[in-house]
Design a binder for this molecule. Structure first.
Ligand code: FES
Length: 109
């Protein structure tokens, strides 16, 4: 699945997401860091608005952060969300490219 990130004052960035892979994990593989904290679907730090597409949650994610959607907005917890279609996401925090060093590739960060 193709994932596209949007954030104010940043160019869009897109990367591939493998089956059963979370958005955060796929972003890391593409040397992109997304703002996270707990990485267990509990804190809401990675919460982002879904502009287009759908996700599912194979592992638990706090409904607290997902139920706060207002109007027709739909939100995802990117540390646990696995795309089920091409996805366009507007992040609350800036994402950044990271040096894809051998160590970062080894540990997946
Ligand atoms: S980083 Fe805490 S919910 Fe995703």
């Amino acid at each position: 699945m193709q994932v596209t990130l949007r954030h104010a004052n940043q160019p869009e960035v897109s990367f591939a997401c493998e089956a059963a892979e979370t958005v955060v994990t796929a972003a890391r593989r593409a040397a992109i860091t997304i703002h996270v904290a707990c990485e267990q679907g509990g804190c809401g730090a990675c919460r982002a608005r879904i502009v287009a597409g759908t996700v599912h949650y194979p592992l638990p994610a706090s409904a607290r952060w997902l139920d706060e959607a207002s109007g027709s907005d739909c939100y995802a917890l990117l540390c646990r969300a696995v795309p089920t279609s091409a996805l366009v996401i507007e992040t609350a925090h800036p994402w950044r490219h990271v040096e894809n060093s051998p160590l970062s590739r080894l540990i997946g960060r």
